[in-house]
Design a binder for this molecule. Structure first.
Ligand code: F6R
Length: 610
């Protein structure tokens, strides 16, 4: 997501902050800004686009002062332009924020009614208004930030300056990371360790609910109850490159392990657990369309196409609307029958994939409504679509998509629940079960990754020399099998095929012999018995079967060379869990082979050519 840096000391700090932001560039961003306190006034400089633009602006207009905060923003609410860039300044308060404020709609309403003049589309500016409001009421900065936090729901890491309190930064954290440290006579903070490394290796990661006050040569940490706490600094011995990857060897592995957080962000503010429903405001589609839509076409490419296949399954099953899914490049080429009673769902991590964009645009020209399911705010698909449902996975640096895939699945399931409830096809009790299952999902993802990492790494070593690998699944596990095969081929260059398990005997079974690992995705669901028959077919041909199963499936364990267990969950949620060991498998095979995991040959993160 976004990056934060802060400095209070004796050196002029604008350049230092700028260099700190440069060290966070790898995380991805679309605008950047600085606020520096010169002892009397706070000066703010912001620029959309690449950080060099901020650098040029700073060269033209140096910001004097030894206390400041900086930010690289990756848009989540509002376009990536200068007005939405951080820091946000309201009266004498300047503030930067990482995370997502869930109750931004209510807060905006309340502040507007109270006369606040809100300039940007961001949730962050609202927090600046809350702090400024409390300071006008007589509170000092620390107390004002604490009081403002009491009104927030969601995730945040914040760093705040106040005109009346030069030489001080107040920071707070809940849900989004924030580290603080001492560097000579300076106190510093950042969202990520790499930004701090040239200044200091002695840092402290704040816990949720903690706040800190940074002053020259002084760092005070406060617990959730407001009392000062004594927390020792910890010495970081990572190299700068390791630090960028938070200690993981590759961005892809880091992003695989970020999935619990990414899914939490996709769900944030969207589950109505009390009503057992999904909040529809952010989907932005007219609820009347939910009633009138006659057909849904999901269009996408690559990994996003696999998520879209699950989207079709959810939409037909929960909302009982006829749905088809198609590779965007094929859809646009075949003069499809689409019209005003159709909804086209364009699924794209980048929001820029040309085939998906053109397929959706052409359908829109024929009168269909377009919903984008997109990760990058204000990307081409988001701008073209009638409505966009953001996945909020945060920037994905590894070319092979992992967290963007699982968050697309979650977003599509949220959409299908919303649609099913509005159409009256999804009973309240079933919706409530799914909503509760979704709420549990981040913890289950975390647990699956923790419990399977070593086992899958061993499996990868054992199978790293295989020439061909098969992946099989039925129903919701079929797209997972396709995704397992795609991940393996794109980063390890091993030939892999994903198949619907029922298709085995119509051809691919001819490939199976004792040299072929066969991954069977077989959670306990409606297809389980039939998948087990397919598993036996592979076994009977000496295939080396590895099954991804629901925990406690001893029968499967007896039949396979190895099993990888995932927690029990609703059938709709199982793809998010069963794909995790397959992502890890692809990663560990590639790492074993020494390929360029994060930038595999011939591939690009964003495909803007046809
Ligand atoms: C595979 C992968 C690609 C993308 C595809 C579509 O790991 O990342 O297959 O899924 O190029 O990209 P988006 O989702 O940006 O439209």
């Amino acid at each position: 997501m976004c990056g934060i840096v802060g400095y209070v000391g004796s050196e002029p700090c604008a350049r230092l902050l700028y260099e700190g932001l440069q060290r966070l560039e790898y995380r991805g961003y679309d605008s950047a800004g600085l606020a520096v306190h010169d002892g009397t006034e706070i000066h703010v400089l912001r620029a959309a686009g690449k950080i060099e633009r901020l650098g040029r602006a700073l060269a033209e207009r140096p910001l004097p002062g030894t206390t400041g905060i900086g930010h690289t923003r990756w848009a989540t609410h509002g376009r990536p332009n200068e007005t939405n860039a951080h820091p946000h300044r309201v009266d004498g308060v300047a503030l930067v924020h990482n995370g997502i404020i869930e109750n931004h709609v209510e807060l905006r309403r309340r502040l507007t009614a109270a006369g606040a003049r809100i300039q940007s589309e961001t949730d962050t500016e609202l927090v600046a208004h809350l702090v400024a409001e409390r300071m006008r009421g007589g509170l000092d900065l620390l107390a004002a930030v604490r009081a403002a936090l009491a009104e927030l729901r969601g995730a945040y890491a914040l760093a705040v300056l106040a005109r009346g309190e030069p030489g001080r930064i107040v920071v707070a954290k809940s849900g989004s990371p924030l580290v603080v440290g001492l560097a000579g006579d300076a106190a510093v903070c950042a969202s990520d360790v790499p930004a701090l490394l040239p200044w200091t290796r002695d840092v402290l990661a704040l816990e949720d609910g903690e706040m800190a006050v940074l002053e020259r040569a002084s760092l005070r940490v406060y617990g959730p109850d407001g009392r000062a706490v004594d927390r020792p600094l910890r010495r970081i011995d990572w190299s700068p490159v390791m630090a960028e990857k938070a200690g993981f060897k590759h961005f892809m592995l880091k992003e695989i392990f970020e999935q619990p957080r990414a899914i939490e962000d996709t769900l944030r503010g969207r589950l109505d657990r009390a009503a057992g429903d999904v909040h529809g405001d952010e989907i932005g589609l007219d609820p009347a369309l939910a009633q009138s839509v006659e057909r849904v076409h999901l269009v996408a490419c690559g990994t996003s196409h696999h998520a879209a296949m699950l989207g079709r399954w959810y939409i037909e099953r929960l909302a009982r609307v006829a749905a088809n899914v198609e590779l965007a490049s094929e859809f646009r080429g075949r003069d499809p029958v689409v019209g005003p009673r159709d909804l086209v769902v364009a699924v794209s991590q980048s929001g820029e994939t040309i085939d998906t964009l053109v397929a959706a645009r052409e359908a829109r020209e024929r009168g269909a409504a377009v919903l984008g399911v997109v990760n990058v705010v204000d990307s081409a698909i988001a701008r073209m679509a009638d409505a966009t449902f953001y996945t909020h996975a945060g920037p994905e640096i590894g070319v092979a998509s992992t967290k963007c895939f699982t968050t697309q699945i979650v977003a599509l399931l949220l959409f299908a629940i919303w649609l099913g409830r509005r159409r009256g096809t999804l009973p309240a009790a079933r919706a409530a079960e799914l909503v509760e299952g979704l709420a549990r999902l981040p913890a289950q993802v975390h647990e699956t990754l923790r419990a399977t990492r070593q086992l899958v790494a061993n499996l990868a070593r054992r199978h790293a020399d295989a020439r061909d690998v098969l992946f099989l699944g039925r129903g919701p596990s079929y797209p997972v099998a396709l995704e397992g095969a795609l991940k393996l081929k794109e980063i390890s260059y091993v030939h892999a095929e994903g198949y619907a398990a029922g298709e085995m005997k119509h051809g691919p079974i001819a490939l199976v012999d004792a040299s072929v690992p066969v991954f069977v995705v077989a959670p306990r669901d409606a297809s389980y018995e039939r998948v087990m028959s397919n598993l036996e077919e592979a076994r009977a041909r000496d295939g080396r079967v590895v099954a991804i199963v629901t925990e406690g499936d001893e029968a499967a364990a007896r039949r396979c060379e190895a099993v990888v267990e995932v927690p029990a969950c609703a059938e709709e949620l199982s793809p998010v869990l069963t794909v995790l060991p397959l992502q890890l498998f692809a990663y560990f095979v590639a790492d074993h082979k020494g390929t360029d995991v994060d930038q595999p040959r011939n591939l690009a993160k964003t495909v803007t050519v046809e």
